[in-house]
Write a protein that binds this ligand. Structure first.
Ligand SMILES: NC(=O)c1ccc[n+]([C@@H]2O[C@H](COP(=O)([O-])OP(=O)(O)OC[C@H]3O[C@@H](n4cnc5c(N)ncnc54)[C@H](OP(=O)(O)O)[C@@H]3O)[C@@H](O)[C@H]2O)c1
Length: 211
């Protein structure tokens, strides 16, 4: 069965997955690159060099078995992108998704086909309807909920996430967008495991309980 998965979602000790304010110059606001330093050090990210230890092993699970991604409007672009008809995401002509990619937005626009297999589809839809569209496009493979935190929270709240890999980074951001708000007692729904690695981060996996 097709699973709904979250991978490599990096959060601070106080639960923020981005700082503020988000902008074209600073996509993660005052967090800068601190949330993702652990991943950028791995070969998964840097391709030609980088570490190949435990952080790499977790990071590299991002892609296998994925047939479509769903992301939020604020991951797709900085504030104001809706008003730029030429905005096609942060990632250049060949984005790293290589699958149909569904951008949730209240201001949808026609699909944009990129190089390398990524086509951006823009949807104003409930989480369950968006997931149905993504599942159809994924051809039996899994669907990744790519973030940001608001969209992950929305899908977790709706009970639509089967597996979630979070990475707790030892920084305190104090402000930004928090993942956890409203998700009280989430531990009752998931089997949770934690593994700390020598880089100083803690990988947390949430596997939905089979009731
Ligand atoms: N820490 C990490 O690992 C990680 C991973 C991914 C992204 N990020 C960062 O997270 C930040 C973005 O996260 P965020 O929480 O601010 O926003 P987000 O989750 O990317 O997007 C939220 C926005 O998506 C649209 N949206 C959400 N649900 C919708 C629905 N059901 N129907 C229609 N539109 C819907 C709305 O935008 P509109 O109303 O404007 O259309 C909403 O304001 C960025 O800084 C990004 O770089 C961090």
């Amino acid at each position: 069965m097709s699973l709904t998965r979250v991978h490599n979602l990096s959060i601070s000790l106080d639960g923020f997955a981005t700082g503020e304010p988000q902008s074209a110059e600073s996509p993660f606001g005052h967090a800068g690159e601190r949330l993702h330093g652990w991943m950028m050090a791995t070969r998964f990210w840097s391709k030609t060099d980088g570490t190949i230890g435990a952080d790499h092993a977790f990071a590299a699970r991002h892609d296998p078995g994925i047939g479509a991604e769903i992301m939020g409007a604020n991951k797709f672009g900085p504030p104001g992108w809706h008003d730029d008809p030429n905005w096609k995401g942060w990632w250049g002509v060949n984005p790293p998704f290589h699958t149909p990619t569904f951008v949730l937005t209240h201001r949808p626009r026609p699909p944009v086909e990129m190089e390398g297999g990524t086509t951006f589809f823009f949807l104003d839809a409930s989480p369950s309807d968006a997931l149905q569209s993504a599942r159809e496009a994924a051809g039996g493979k899994d669907v990744r909920i790519g973030g940001g935190p608001s969209v992950v929270r929305e899908f977790v709240s709706a009970g639509l996430v089967d597996y979630m890999h979070l990475v707790q980074v030892p920084i305190v951001l104090g402000r930004g967008v928090r993942l956890w708000d409203g998700l009280e007692a989430l531990e009752e729904q998931y089997d949770i495991e934690a593994v700390s690695t020598p880089s100083g981060v803690t990988h947390l996996t949430f596997a939905v309980k089979n009731n």
